[in-house]
Design a protein around this ligand. Structure first.
Ligand code: RET
Length: 296
């Protein structure tokens, strides 16, 4: 397989712990994404109808990512056989991280769309930014996809494509930053700290994918396989799942601040409690618990 454009996973044996860690990481990945589909669908009713697409898009992202990781996991277990105390790559099965890139082509436009919808920018700005950021994201993913085919044979070529891919990524980061900044003009002040923190959150966890891409430049053995799948799993969970929870919480607060009853009730219940909202930041009618809630 040396002369085929394959991932490092196909060229190295794995010890039993290395194999187990990757198998568990992939399982945690698809399990968490599938499970949280239910969370996003069930909590969406607390959010004002105009922002409800945000959790619904998270639910779609969860299913798409769950299926992709399930497939990745099945291909991983099919790609090795246990021989002489080691997990050896099998000759007639190719493991590929390309499934991930295919999946990002679907999920990233959704992640961008849900951010823009949560920010409640004017419709025209939202549309323009969506097209520009999605075009940059597709350019980033597909140039990275080409590059990762060179990781086992020509690390220099891989890094060159990685560099090309970083150019649209920088544009994407800049676009997200300016969308977040623009949103402050039409967002209640209580939401401003959220938008500032969101940028660094986004930068860190999306950047983790770029770091994972570079792992074959530093090693191509079993540890490199484990480190890369670990980085992918962390990036997946935080840039899709936890990101979805944060955006849902963000639009839940926005809904409450705009006077949407179910959101007000959901937040009032926890007002003053650990991690709850400060009641003084909510409209008056929200800050006063109703008698039945006070009694419980
Ligand atoms: C690549 C190639 C190397 C350079 C850069 C990359 C960036 C990838 C990113 C991926 C984000 C994926 C997400 C998936 C969600 O489902 C393509 C690895 C910069 C930022 C958020």
């Amino acid at each position: 397989m040396d002369d085929l454009p394959v991932n490092i996973e196909n060229l190295t044996s794995l010890t039993h712990p290395q194999y187990q860690i990757v198998a568990v990481l992939l399982m945690v990945g698809y399990g968490a994404h599938f499970a949280f589909t239910l969370f996003f669908l069930s909590t969406s009713t607390l959010i004002a109808p105009r922002y409800r697409l945000v959790p619904w898009m998270s639910a779609v992202v969860m299913v798409a990512a769950g299926l992709s990781l399930l497939r990745e996991s099945m291909v991983f277990t099919d790609s090795y056989s246990f021989v002489g105390g080691l997990w050896m790559p099998v000759a007639d099965q190719v493991f590929s991280n390309a499934y991930r890139y295919a999946n990002w082509t679907i999920t990233i436009p959704l992640l961008i769309a849900q951010l823009l919808l949560a920010l409640n920018l004017p419709a025209k700005t939202t549309r323009h930014r969506f097209y520009a950021l999605t075009a940059a994201a597709i350019a980033m993913i597909w140039t990275g996809l080409i590059g990762q085919f060179y990781e086992s044979q020509a690390v220099g070529t891989m890094l060159l494509w990685g560099f090309i891919s970083t150019i649209p990524f920088v544009y994407l980061v800049w676009g997200v930053r300016s969308a977040l900044k623009d949103s402050e003009a039409n967002s209640p002040v209580q939401l401003h700290p959220w938008t500032r923190k969101l940028f660094f959150y986004f930068l860190f966890f999306w950047g983790l994918y770029a770091l994972a891409y570079m792992v074959p430049a530093f090693g191509d053995g079993g540890n490199a396989v484990v480190v890369r799948q670990f980085m992918y799993t962390v990036a997946d969970i935080f840039s899709k799942l936890v990101y979805g929870i944060i955006l849902s919480q963000f639009v839940l607060r926005r809904s409450a601040l705009e006077g949407f009853g179910p959101a007000e009730q959901a937040l009032t219940k926890w007002a003053g409690g650990p991690g709850g909202v400060d009641a003084s930041t909510l409209p008056d009618e929200v800050a006063t618990p109703t008698p039945d809630r006070g009694a419980s």
